[in-house]
Write a protein that binds this ligand. Structure first.
Ligand code: DQA
Length: 145
């Protein structure tokens, strides 16, 4: 990878380590490892240097965002989407382009999932396309950078 290749950080939030086993009717049968492989493969096609990280803790996610060693962020904050002002503020503070991702269509589910604290500090939100949501986010980041 060339040293001037833009770095993109992909953060998977809480419980996404259980993908493939967790509520497969909603989130599908693919594991996080399989999804990450597809993300890495598309990133290299697009000329992006991607790294992926899954974290269950809100503070851990805030710390990783703050480290700032990336040009753009793709984040599926999972349940923290609907609760976390801390993650929202970290994204705003770091000021790098961010794309919010969800596997499921959060607007077709429970009422409480319709509120996202993350969207207003993101370039955009992609939801409802299963694992392809991440791949669409990568393409969006590529055109932003
Ligand atoms: C999710 C949607 C959230 O509401 C939920 O809490 C998740 C996953 C998604 O990818 O569809 O854990 O972010």
């Amino acid at each position: 990878m060339k040293s001037d290749t833009p770095k993109v950080l992909v953060i998977h939030g809480p419980n996404l380590n259980l993908l493939g086993k967790r509520e497969t009717d909603i989130y599908g049968c693919r594991s996080l490892d399989e999804i990450n492989k597809d993300i890495i493969s598309l990133a290299s096609e697009l000329g992006l240097n991607v790294s992926t990280k899954q974290l269950n803790g809100e503070g851990d996610i805030v710390e990783l965002i703050q480290q700032g060693d990336y040009e753009a962020l793709i984040i599926n904050p999972a349940a923290y989407t609907h609760t976390s002002i801390a993650i929202r503020d970290a994204i705003a503070a770091i000021g790098k382009p961010a794309v919010e991702v969800h596997l499921s269509n959060i607007y077709r589910r429970e009422e409480f999932r319709r509120k996202s604290f993350i969207t207003e500090v993101s370039a955009g939100q992609i939801c409802g396309f299963g694992p392809d949501s991440y791949l669409l986010a990568l393409r969006a980041i590529k055109s932003i950078l």
